[in-house]
Design a protein around this ligand. Structure first.
Ligand SMILES: O=C([O-])CC(=O)C(=O)O
Ligand SMILES: [Mg+2]
Length: 227
């Protein structure tokens, strides 16, 4: 099922969410290793020690993505090569960190996709109390992520989608991708996007009815740019 993401981008699926009325839960994280990520979310709230990740791995299934909630902190790294190696041996497909990582060179050598806000040499210096839901939910960029979500990541960042809507979202994303590819091919062959989406008609119609939006017009002419 997730193989369908191989031929899509997070941008296509984000636009599909908008079209389907599903919240667009994205965060701008970058991959330490390059490469893409797709799998079921395995949430873990970090409070100052890696033991919460080891505990999460005890119940992990093959292909899961560890979703680390470190509150977006920039004063400590919370995942390094030890955690990445352990995730790999537990058959996870990657790690997403709402926070920082360290041991960059070793993580690159391991090759497991790790997405984070950046790197810092300092590890955790604190130990806070562990919330009761530490393995049930992660708050990432203000979004709540649970075991019911899938994680998709690529060069644009990371997107969380409800697992029970994925077929519908992939259908929409594929149709958006196909429309955009056709538009792009036409632009390459010299036919402007404005011509393709009949932009002059839109400007005329909007002059007559100022409430008309470009998205409404795009839908009417079956174009795709932002949804
Ligand atoms: O930040 C930490 O304590 C984790 C760490 O270095 C590692 O996993 O190698
Ligand atoms: Mg380390």
């Amino acid at each position: 099922m997730l193989e369908r993401f191989d031929e899509l981008t997070t941008a296509h699926v984000a636009d599909a969410c908008l079209r389907a009325g599903v919240p667009v839960r994205t965060v701008s994280l970058t991959s330490v290793v390059g490469g893409r990520i797709a799998g079921r979310a395995l949430p873990a709230q970090h409070v100052g020690s890696v033991d919460i990740f080891l505990e999460a791995f005890e119940d992990a299934a093959e292909g899961d993505v560890l979703v680390v909630d470190n509150s977006g902190r920039r004063d400590e790294a919370c995942v390094g090569d030890m955690v990445a190696r352990e995730a790999q041996i537990a058959c996870l497909s990657g790690i997403v960190i709402w926070g920082l990582h360290r041991d960059t060179v070793d993580i690159q050598e391991i090759g497991l996709p790790v997405f984070s806000l950046g790197a810092l040499p300092t590890g955790p210096l604190r130990l806070d109390p562990l919330p009761a839901d530490a393995l049930l939910a992660a708050t990432i960029g203000g979004w709540t992520v649970t075991r019911d979500d899938l994680v998709l990541g690529d060069e644009d960042g990371v997107l969380f989608v409800p697992a029970d809507r994925i077929d519908e979202l992939f259908d929409l994303a594929e149709s958006i991708r196909d429309t955009e590819r056709k538009q792009a091919a036409e632009i390459r062959s010299g036919r402007s996007l404005r011509e393709q989406v009949r932009f002059k008609e839109y400007l005329t119609a909007r002059a007559a009815d100022p409430s008309l939006t470009f998205r409404q017009h795009l839908r009417a002419v079956k174009g795709a740019v932002e949804e």
